[in-house]
Design a binder for this molecule. Structure first.
Ligand code: NDP
Length: 297
């Protein structure tokens, strides 16, 4: 039987709807309109699309948002000073710095400059440290999006062997921390793989839930997946395609057709984890606005 397709667009729409209701309730109770500042450095086309999509999703949920454009050659000092300004600006409860940044800018320094109370991307070391220790924190958007897709599709990770391929600070590592927590939505047994992993297929075949976050088109082939596994494809890769008007198409890290033939469930690309990432960003921005009310009481 072909796999059940986990439709990230639909699940994300549900979550965005919940956020819109939460925003309306907050404003009706005299709270602030949640605000998100998005910082876009340079003119990478993919980053531009992501930031504009985030802006549009904010608008639909009743969240105020503004994009701050900086040229690719901006100095690190000027970028940091913009972030200082946004940290002070009470219109914004969340700050998002679209990654990747140009090579001359140190991403870690920029991420650490965002005030952790506005860190709606969940990438600040304080957010990640709190999450690791099981304390309340803004959850990083993509890992949280993966968790939400699993939970909202009826695949509780508790007790499951989750194999994650990829150990980046924005996806693989925080996802492992999230799914292993001793709390609802966690309790998985997690294995994290990377380029130095010996015999990757041997390990991925042991997964009840397999998460690919590698950035390598089609790298997870059918022989790497156990019959009946749940497969989450985080990868978003552009591959040349002369038949498309744009000259490329988006594919994930999973060989979709072949893997879908033996998996229990699978997320497509596009329309899987991508929209979830945006929905969690909105949810975190609403949460930041709520916390600002509590902090001012
Ligand atoms: P990184 O390049 O930072 O990390 C990739 C990870 O995959 C690394 O840990 C790397 O190992 C590992 N890896 C790469 N190739 C292999 C291989 N052949 N075998 C085993 N491990 C491998 O990428 P990101 O985590 O930032 O992103 C991963 C993918 O997810 C990309 O396609 C990206 O576009 C997508 N993405 C999607 C998002 C969404 O909203 N859906 C959000 C963020 C990212 P090592 O550490 O040893 O180098």
């Amino acid at each position: 039987m072909p796999a059940r397709v986990l439709n990230g667009n639909e699940i994300a729409a549900d979550l965005r709807e919940e956020v819109a209701t939460g925003v309306a309730d907050l404003v009706a109770s005299g709270g602030p309109t949640p605000g998100l500042a998005a910082v876009l450095v340079g003119n990478d086309p993919a980053s531009g699309v992501y930031v504009r999509n985030k802006g549009r999703a904010c608008e639909e949920a009743g969240i105020f948002s503004e994009i701050f454009y900086m040229p690719a050659h901006v100095s690190q000092a000027n970028l940091l000073s913009l972030i200082d300004q946004l940290n002070q600006d009470t219109r914004f409860h969340g700050i998002l710095v679209q990654l990747p940044l140009p090579g001359h800018i140190d991403e870690a320094t920029v991420i650490e400059r965002v005030n952790p109370v506005k860190d709606v991307d969940g990438l600040h070391p304080i957010s990640q440290g709190r999450m690791l220790q099981g304390e309340p924190a803004f959850l990083p958007c993509t890992p949280s999006g993966v968790q939400q897709v699993l939970l909202r599709s009826g695949y509780d990770p508790a007790g499951q062997h989750v194999v994650i391929v990829g150990r980046s600070n924005i996806v693989g590592k925080p996802l492992a921390a999230l799914l292993m927590q001793r709390s609802a939505g966690g309790n998985a047994t997690v294995t994290v793989c990377h380029t130095r992993t010996r015999d990757l297929p041997e390990i991925t075949r042991q997964a009840d839930i397999l998460v690919a976050a590698m950035g390598v088109p089609g790298a997870i082939s059918a022989d790497m997946v156990r019959d009946g596994a749940v497969v989450i494809d985080v990868g978003i890769n552009r591959v040349d395609d002369a038949t498309r008007r744009r000259g490329y198409r988006l594919v994930g890290d999973v060989d979709y057709e072949a893997v879908a033939a033996k998996a229990e469930a699978i997320t497509p690309v596009p329309g899987g984890i991508g929209p979830m990432t945006i929905a969690v960003l909105l949810s975190n921005t609403l949460e930041a606005a709520r916390r600002s009310v509590d902090a001012n009481r």
